[in-house]
Design a binder for this molecule. Structure first.
Ligand code: BG6
Ligand code: MG
Length: 214
């Protein structure tokens, strides 16, 4: 029986996946390369260091340790500039309503995000208090597709993996949920994500429906 919902943040609750994409694209161009929307699917859900490793690999640029560090900081600064004006209206369709319904039904809620900026984004959306646990890029050693972020989320809520349902928009995140032994709802294309159930946005479903389905 499902007792807790574990949410990814970027691309599930809020439309920030596009900001990560734009900022990484700038990094890529700075290194003399570029990447496609399809390649971007491989970056979704991937933490900052591992994302930059992929971009360096794709561009075939020579990057020493100091430059690697500087590029991470530069990307984050570009990302912070893009999210500086973020507010509740930037939440994805139906997401905040869905979270409030979940909360009022007594279903436990945790965040399972790769982003070190997640607490700040939740604050801007005004939804921090809905979360019983917040696990983000600052609290894990292993990035998605490793299951650590979701296992820690379940543990913080006092739940077993089989009692949790994960909401994800990334290939890496769905893999992480599977490796954690959790069911998953994919936000995006079924063919790409391979989750147990798919919607274009969380607002297309309800907590009640999901509790009966899983
Ligand atoms: C994930 C995003 O949520 O967080 C990735 O899908 C991003 O695109 C990752 O790279 C890390 O984010 P941050 O804010 O710690 O650089
Ligand atoms: Mg995401």
């Amino acid at each position: 029986m499902i007792k807790g919902f574990l949410f990814d943040l970027d691309g599930v609750i809020v439309d920030t996946a596009v900001f990560h994409f734009r900022a990484w694209r700038k990094v890529s161009r700075k290194l003399g390369g570029d990447f496609t929307e399809a390649q971007n699917e491989q970056l979704k859900g991937i933490n900052r260091v591992d994302s930059l490793k992929k971009i360096v690999e794709w561009t075939k640029a020579e990057v020493d340790d100091l430059q690697f560090q500087a590029l991470q900081e530069q990307k984050n600064q570009w990302y912070l500039d893009l999210v500086s004006g973020l507010g509740p209206n930037d939440a994805l369709p139906g997401a905040i309503n869905f979270l409030r319904q979940t909360h009022s039904k007594g279903i436990l809620i945790a965040l399972g995000s790769a982003s070190k900026n997640a607490p700040m984004v939740l604050k801007k959306l005004g939804i921090t208090e809905l979360f019983g646990a917040i696990i983000d890029g600052n609290n894990v050693i292993n990035g998605k597709p490793h299951p650590e972020v979701f296992l820690k989320g379940a543990n913080s809520l006092g739940l077993k993996p089989s009692e949790c349902l994960v909401f994800e928009d990334s290939i890496a995140g769905v893999k992480a949920a599977k490796q954690a032994g959790m069911a998953s709802v994919g936000i995006g294309e079924a063919e790409t994500l391979q989750a147990d159930l798919h919607f274009n946005s969380i607002g297309e479903t309800t907590p009640e429906y999901l509790l009966t389905h899983f």
